[in-house]
Design a binder for this molecule. Structure first.
Ligand code: HEM
Length: 535
């Protein structure tokens, strides 16, 4: 029965298909079918007849059941729930869903692996997607994050290169699961900006035990904006109430064989049993005037803001309490997009984010068959939608009247009438000033300090797991020069790490390279995850 406190669930109630057991089988046209087990034939042993419209409709519908899987993050698991803020965040954002602790905003979350196809195993070594759609009273807001706080590349124009290197080899589609192969490591060894995220990928963070025990990060620096137009840089963090827990590699491999659905099954079963996963939303806030106060660039998605420099401030909690009714309709057809923002949340000029703001809508136009996918039940806003968008494949609404503005003949949807109305989305009036150039900012150049920071934050046993992972993955690389070059890159992170990896994969230890001595960052260590819900 629909949850009366949950406006999304009430909306979904209006589109749930009739109970199939509620009457006899019909065609798509509503004509009752007498018999569905034998095709209409010309004689008992004769040919099937073209005029059997029921047979043709049934087979045609079956033939068309598949849609393209996501180009990345193809395998996922989703759940509905709600978000509630702890207190008003009006001091730094006007976003309506962050104002009132008594207001629950419905959410849909999809967790995913990145590299493997839809039918791959859950417990591979990979990044995990953590995408949240908030159905707010001001429209949908999507926080499309991962379980690592950093990303492999700095500019989204490298994304096709990176993904082509990560995906299976083009000639034989091997490997389909884990990440160990030549093209990935070739790319990594030639592109040192990948190193920070590669360190995370070789750590136990890349084999989460459960989606209920996994952190999430918005990764980019975003902007909060107040009612009077003041901006604050913000990084988003999800922290699981149960603490962060991983499998160890041997466990992960065994689980892959025994139950490839290990993570999705856990999520589904726990929600069904009433053990609702809970995550705390935290933010790191940086005033606009401190944009250049760090020894890295806030617009560089390969960097974290160390928590001892800017602590994470808890602002609310999310509970996942309802499994979807239908995997395809909801989990497969959900469409997240970094550009789905609400008033009070804005972008920065992070070049990775800017590329994503183009890519998601573009890919969904093909994956979901045209421009009307925002009307699909899981994607539909709870806030009213009114505009002059018309027609297109799979139009599910009957628009009446004219559809243009300005309009003196009646109909048409006008833009907001009162320019002082603050409810409309207005982009922050950031000053933009510069020459048109295709060149990475020098402030993005340091690729080694933060991977070293990560390495130094790990406990001994965590370091051993990282070394073992590098040995396992690089040890499968056929091209010896790729192994050697990768180890040489690791020497810029830490000499002992590079030597330990080199010893395990049959390449010479690289000549000593000066290791930066970063401050340890205890906030990044597993040991700091107390699981008590505090950030
Ligand atoms: C899908 C996260 C970078 C393109 C996804 C999904 C997540 C995600 C969570 C799965 C959404 C779902 O469950 O439906 C991230 C993060 C990134 C990042 C955190 C870096 C910070 C990029 C970049 C591009 C990109 C740079 C392209 C320029 C895509 C595409 C999909 C996708 C095309 C498939 C979307 C769909 O079919 O609906 N990403 N991504 N991503 N991402 Fe990213």
């Amino acid at each position: 029965s629909p949850d009366s406190r949950d406006p999304k669930d009430q909306q979904l109630q209006t589109v749930r298909a009739p109970d199939p057991a509620g009457g006899p089988l019909t065609t798509d046209q509503g004509v009752t079918v007498d018999h569905t087990d034998d095709a209409l034939a010309g004689g008992e042993r004769g040919p099937t007849l073209m005029e059997d419209f029921h047979f043709r409709e049934k087979i045609t519908r079956f033939d068309h059941e598949r849609i393209p899987e996501r180009v990345v993050h193809a395998r996922g698991a989703g759940a509905y729930g709600y978000f509630e803020p702890y207190e008003s965040c009006a001091a730094f954002t006007k976003a309506a869903f962050l104002q009132d602790p008594s207001v629950r905003t419905p959410v849909f979350v999809r967790f995913s692996t990145v590299q493997g196809p839809r039918g791959s195993a859950d417990t591979v070594r990979d990044v995990r997607g953590f995408a949240t759609k908030f159905y707010t009273s001001e429209g949908n807001y999507d926080l499309v994050g991962n379980n690592f706080p950093v990303f492999f590349i700095q500019d989204g124009i490298k994304f096709p290169d990176f993904v082509h290197a990560v995906k299976p080899e083009p000639h034989n589609e091997i490997p389909t699961g884990a990440s160990a192969h030549d093209t990935l490591w070739d790319f990594v060894s030639l592109q040192p900006e990948t190193l920070h995220t590669i360190m995370w990928l070789m750590s136990d963070r890349a084999i989460p035990r459960s989606y209920r025990m996994m952190q999430g990060f918005g990764v980019h620096t975003f902007r909060f904006v107040t009612a009077d137009g003041k901006g604050t840089f913000v990084k988003f963090h999800w922290k699981p109430k149960l603490g962060v827990h991983s499998l160890v590699w041997d466990e992960a491999q065994e689980v892959q064989g025994r139950d490839p659905d290990f993570n999705r099954r856990d999520l589904w079963d726990m929600i069904a049993a009433g053990h609702h996963p809970e995550y705390e939303l935290g933010v790191q806030l940086v005033p606009e005037e401190d944009e250049h106060a760090f020894d890295f660039d806030l617009l560089d998605a390969t960097k974290i803001i160390p928590e001892e420099q800017v602590p994470v401030r808890p602002i609310g909690r999310m509970v996942l309490n309802r499994n979807p009714d239908n995997f395809f309709a909801e989990t497969e057809q959900v469409a997240f997009h970094t550009a789905n923002v609400v008033p009070g949340i804005d972008f920065t000029n992070d070049p990775l984010l800017q590329a994503r703001n183009f890519s998601y809508l573009d890919t969904q136009l093909i994956r979901l068959g045209g421009p009307n996918f925002p009307h699909l039940p899981v994607n539909r806003a709870v806030a009213p939608v009114r505009n002059n968008q018309r027609d297109g494949y799979h139009q599910g609404q009957i628009h009446r009247g004219t559809s243009y503005s300005p309009n003196s003949l009646g109909g048409g949807c006008p833009a907001i009438a009162d320019p002082s109305d603050t409810s409309a989305y207005r982009h922050m009036a950031e000053r933009v000033d510069g020459r048109k150039i295709r060149k990475r900012s020098p402030s993005f150049e340091d690729h080694y300090t933060q991977p070293a920071l990560f390495w130094h934050s790990l406990a001994d046993w965590e370091r051993r797991h990282v070394i073992d992972a590098f040995r396992f993955e690089l040890g499968k690389v056929q091209a010896m020069q790729v192994r050697t070059r990768t180890v040489e890159e690791l020497a810029h992170v830490d000499g002992e790490l590079a030597a330990a990896v080199a010893d395990g994969i049959g390449v010479p230890r690289p000549a000593a390279v000066g290791t930066p001595s970063p401050r340890p960052s205890p906030a990044l260590s597993f040991e700091n995850n107390t699981g008590d819900g505090s950030i």
